[in-house]
Design a binder for this molecule. Structure first.
Ligand code: PMP
Length: 435
């Protein structure tokens, strides 16, 4: 009887014992192609010798120094590296240990920024119905999944939700992308006006939606219009790139492709590539200065912020990606993967949509392609595909959810950035069999 309190206590999971490039190997010696990087985490695959060496060096030199006593060279270097490449103005890096913590930090920074300015009524957070921002109580409060929130009501934050930018289901047949984006920006504006702009602190969105619906990218112009609405009412824009950031879409920061910079940006998963738990909240100078010149104290902190081995792993992961020009590969292999999936499934009766950016690709499954009618939630089709894929030696990330009464089964493919052309072919072949 296992003493680990597993998240899925009723399932018997295989025991992972080692990793080798894009594959994981279990105790029985079976190999699985990691076509989802766990949950879009393992961007460099497993056992990368340079990262292992960097981790070892750092552990030997210094593993941990508490941030109320010291900073470390490696944390400073990683922060420099990130801020030199971040969207304009995001010069300050607040390290944490994962995605939920990064979101908590962003929410509290937004609130504290207004408190420091004497605007204490700005406490509402607006998010989108199709979203996942983490499982801690603050992040959970803003996430779109009602069923995740319900057991824990009432939550700490008063969050409000608007429509997602979900073209496959929400863009009307007679509507251009531009008109669709405008309609969504108008909806956000109406929500701000309804709440009263003087009560709204921030709007939060995933740049490309990940864990709730399988890599849903925004339509062009969406974020430009959203940015304009936020600016009009002094509302901060928080982009959550915990899943879609750090090169996953073929750009280091996904929002670069949308031509905007948020006020706060969260990253995690691909930052450390799974070699160490690490996340960060990137903060613009205006927010940073307000807090530094105000109380001079950010009321948020964790024991492991800026952990030295975590920073060393992340720095080396990012150096490898840059030096090996892996983002070029992400774009090329992503294109190959989407094209192959579309060719294979052009007439598949249950593949409704194939979408995404870079190596961040979602497949939406439907009972009826014409009407886009979803499968019955009770079928848990996404979970069955995960099981089938595992049987065929393939890891894909499944998700099922309901937005405004419409259920959907989605599968996320997010293979490591080091995938070759033939790796992508093997992934598609196994995915086909599972499907
Ligand atoms: N935000 C997004 C967009 C995520 O996808 C996730 C994790 N799936 C989180 C936040 C939470 O990250 P973590 O699981 O590391 O706490």
């Amino acid at each position: 009887m296992s003493h680990v309190f597993h998240r899925l206590p009723k399932q018997t999971l295989p025991v992972a014992v080692s990793g080798d490039g894009i594959e994981l190997i279990d105790a029985a010696g079976k190999r699985y192609i990691d076509a989802c990087g766990g949950a879009a985490v393992s961007c460099l695959g497993h056992g990368h010798p340079r990262v292992v060496a960097a981790l070892t060096r750092q552990a030997q030199q210094l593993a941990y120094a508490h941030t109320s006593f010291f900073t470390t060279q490696v944390a400073e270097e990683l922060a420099d590296w990130l801020s030199a490449r971040a969207p304009q103005g995001l010069d300050h890096v607040y390290f944490v240990s994962g995605g939920s913590e990064a979101v908590e930090a962003a929410l509290k920074l937004a609130r504290q920024y207004f408190v420091e300015r004497g605007e204490t009524s700005r406490r509402h957070i607006i998010a989108r119905r199709q979203s996942y921002h983490g499982n801690t109580l603050g992040a959970l409060a803003i996430g779109g999944n009602a069923w995740r929130r319900e057991p824990f009501l009432p939550l700490l934050i008063e969050a409000h939700h608007v429509s997602p930018c979900y073209a496959y289901r929400e863009q009307r047949a007679d509507e251009t992308e531009e008109a669709f984006a405008q309609r969504l920006a108008d909806e956000l504006e109406q929500k701000i006006l309804q709440l009263g702009p003087e009560t709204v602190a921030a709007f939060v969105a995933e740049t490309v939606v990940g864990a709730t619906a399988g890599a849903v990218p925004p339509v062009r112009e969406y974020f430009k219009k959203i940015r304009a609405v936020c600016d009009r009412y002094g509302v901060l824009l928080i982009l959550d790139e915990v899943m879609s950031g750090m090169g996953r879409t073929g750009y280091l920061f996904a929002c670069t492709e949308d031509g905007i910079a948020p006020d706060l940006l969260t990253i995690a998963k691909g930052l450390g590539g799974g070699y160490q738990p690490i996340g960060a909240t990137l903060v613009n100078d205006r927010i940073y200065r307000t807090i530094v010149d105000g109380s001079g104290f950010f009321q948020h902190g964790h024991t492991y912020i800026g952990h030295a081995t975590a920073c060393a792993a992340a720095l080396e992961v990012q150096h490898v990606i840059e030096e090996d020009r892996l983002l070029d590969n992400v774009r090329a292999r992503g294109e190959q993967l989407r094209t192959l999936l579309r060719e294979r499934h052009a007439s598949h009766p249950h593949v409704g949509d194939i979408r995404g950016r870079g190596l961040f690709i979602g497949v939406e499954l439907v009972a009826d392609r014409e009407t886009k009618q979803a499968f019955e939630p009770g079928l848990k089709l996404h979970a069955r595909i995960k099981r089938e894929a595992m049987a065929h030696g393939l890891m894909v990330y499944p998700m099922g959810g309901t937005i405004d009464g419409v259920h959907g089964d989605h599968v996320l493919l997010a293979p490591p950035f080091i995938c070759s052309e033939s790796d992508i072919e093997r992934i598609v072949e196994r995915f086909d069999r599972a499907l």
